[in-house]
Design a protein around this ligand. Structure first.
Ligand code: PEP
Length: 262
C-alpha cells in the first residue's frame, strides 16, 4: 500500500548568508509563503544555515512562530571533548535543530569524509535525536564506469550500518556532476537512483522504513524543473543549494511540490 510522505524542500545555504542576512532572508521567505497559504503542512520547509546563524534563525522561528524546520550542515562524530573546531550533535539538538546534513559531496571531497566517517556521523546524529539527511551520489566518471546506481547504493549501504529500523532518516541523491553546475539530472535519472536507494532502505531497515523514508533529489534544482522531479514516485522533495539563497526562487520551488501548486 502506498504511504503518503510529506515532501521536504531543504535549503542548504552552504557558506553563505551571515546571521544578519539570515534574519532578512527568513522573514522575506516566510512572508512570500504565508500570503500564498503554502505552509499548511502539505510540504515541509527545511533551512540549513551555517553554524554561526543557527541560534539567530532558531530565535526568529520561535518568536514569529514560523513553521520551518532547522538543520545543520554537518556535525562531529564525537559528543564532546578536545576536538577543536568540531560541533556536537548535542549542541545542535539544544538549538532545536531537527535535521543535520551528513556526507554532502563537498564534505566528502574537501574534507576527505569517507563512507565510514559518514556512517559514524549518522550514528552521532541518531544518538542526539537528530534526523540525518544522508547525501549520496556519483561523479560523472563513476557513473560512466559503474553505472547510475552502484556508487549511491554502496554509499548508502555503509551509512545505514547499525541504524535501527525505527530510526527516522532522510536520504538525498545528489549526483556530483549536477551540483552547482546547472547540469541537472533528468527526472528519469533521478527516479532510477531514488528507487534503488529506497530498495536499499527496504533491504537494510525493512519495508515500513522504505515506505516512510523521504528520498530527495538534489543538483541544480530550480523553480523551472522542480515539478518534473516531484512527479516521480520515488522523489519526495529536493535538497537545494544555489536556488535556496534567492527568496523568490526558493519560494517558487516550495510552491511547486506534490500536493499544492503543481
Ligand atoms: C547541494 O549542494 O546540495 C546542491 C544541490 O546544490 P545546487 O542546488 O546549487 O546544485
Amino acid at each position: 500500500m502506498a504511504v503518503a510522505r510529506v515532501p521536504l524542500i531543504a535549503g542548504n545555504w552552504k557558506m553563505n548568508l551571515d546571521h544578519q542576512q539570515a534574519i532578512a532572508f527568513v522573514q522575506k521567505l516566510h512572508w512570500a509563503l504565508k500570503e500564498a497559504k503554502h505552509l499548511d503542512g502539505t510540504v515541509e520547509v527545511g533551512l540549513f544555515p551555517p553554524f554561526t546563524d543557527l541560534r539567530t534563525v532558531q530565535t526568529l522561528l520561535d518568536a514569529d512562530k514560523i513553521p520551518f524546520a532547522l538543520g545543520a550542515q554537518d556535525l562531529s562524530t564525537k559528543d564532546s571533548g578536545a576536538y577543536t573546531g568540531e560541533v556536537s550533535g548535542a549542541f545542535l539538538k539544544k538549538l532545536n535543530c531537527t535535521y543535520v546534513i551528513i556526507g554532502h559531496s563537498e564534505r566528502r571531497e574537501y574534507h576527505a569524509e569517507t563512507d565510514e566517517i559518514v556512517a559514524a556521523k549518522v550514528q552521532a546524529a541518531l544518538r542526539h535525536g537528530l534526523v540525518p539527511v544522508i547525501c549520496v551520489g556519483e561523479t560523472l566518471e563513476q557513473r560512466e564506469e559503474s553505472g547510475p546506481t552502484a556508487i549511491s547504493v554502496g554509499q548508502l549501504e555503509v551509512a545505514l550500518e547499525g541504524v535501527p529500523a525505527s530510526a527516522e532518516i532522510v536520504v538525498a541523491y545528489e549526483p556530483v556532476w549536477a551540483i552547482g553546475t546547472g547540469q541537472v539530472a533528468s527526472p528519469e535519472q533521478a527516479q532510477e537512483v531514488c528507487a534503488a536507494l529506497r530498495a536499499v532502505i527496504a533491504a537494510k531497515l525493512g519495508q515500513d522504513a522504505a515506505d516512510r523514508t523521504r528520498v530527495l533529489y538534489g543538483g541544480s534544482v530550480k523553480s523551472g524543473n522542480i515539478a518534473s522531479f516531484m512527479r516521480e514516485p520515488d522523489v519526495d522533495g529536493a535538497l537545494v543549494g544555489g536556488a535556496s539563497l534567492v527568496v523568490d526562487e526558493f519560494a517558487a520551488i516550495i510552491r511547486f511540490q506534490k500536493h499544492v501548486g503543481v
